[in-house]
Design a protein around this ligand. Structure first.
Ligand code: SF4
Ligand code: SF4
Length: 141
């Protein structure tokens, strides 16, 4: 009993280690895995990031002509870094910033919009494939 009281008294005068969050901003540790950043100019559109992403937080829209369009959903992202590891141009085309993660609060508007986008990306791939097959069959032998 005496020992417990002594410990409690000692702890009263020890420095505080808890953070006064959100009154004070968090200090991020080195190597913090934050939001994914993308640079279209450096991207070679290999789709590796999209293929390895566990929750499907990266999608590319495939137009019939021109470059693919990148989309990223920070509310779906689990910040695992697999996309950056798979990217042939890490730190140039794709990297994990130190920008803090999105709140865990579900953003319904963002997710509903994402499902629409997901369906249109899927459709765009099918349209692109069909157009390619059509072009090949029309080519003179
Ligand atoms: S960090 Fe993980 S979950 Fe987030 S986009 Fe990259 S692969 Fe997907
Ligand atoms: S893996 Fe890298 S280069 Fe390939 S599509 Fe994704 S961002 Fe672009």
């Amino acid at each position: 009993m005496f020992r417990a009281i002594l410990e409690a008294l000692k702890n009263l005068f020890k420095p505080i280690h808890t953070m006064d969050y959100p009154a004070k901003d968090m200090e991020l540790p080195k190597g913090y895995r934050g939001l994914i950043e993308y640079d279209k100019e450096s991207c070679i559109f290999c789709d590796k990031c999209e293929k390895v992403c566990p929750p499907g937080a990266i999608l590319f829209y495939q137009p019939l002509e021109g470059e693919k369009e990148y989309r990223y959903n920070p509310w779906l992202c689990i910040y695992c870094g697999e996309c950056v590891r798979a990217c042939p141009k890490p730190e140039e085309a794709l990297w994990q910033s130190e920008t803090k993660q999105q709140s865990a609060v579900k953003e319904d508007a963002a997710n509903e919009g994402w499902f629409v986008w997901e369906a249109s990306c899927k459709q765009s791939r099918e349209d692109f494939k069909a157009a390619k097959i059509k072009n090949m069959s029309e080519e003179p032998i």
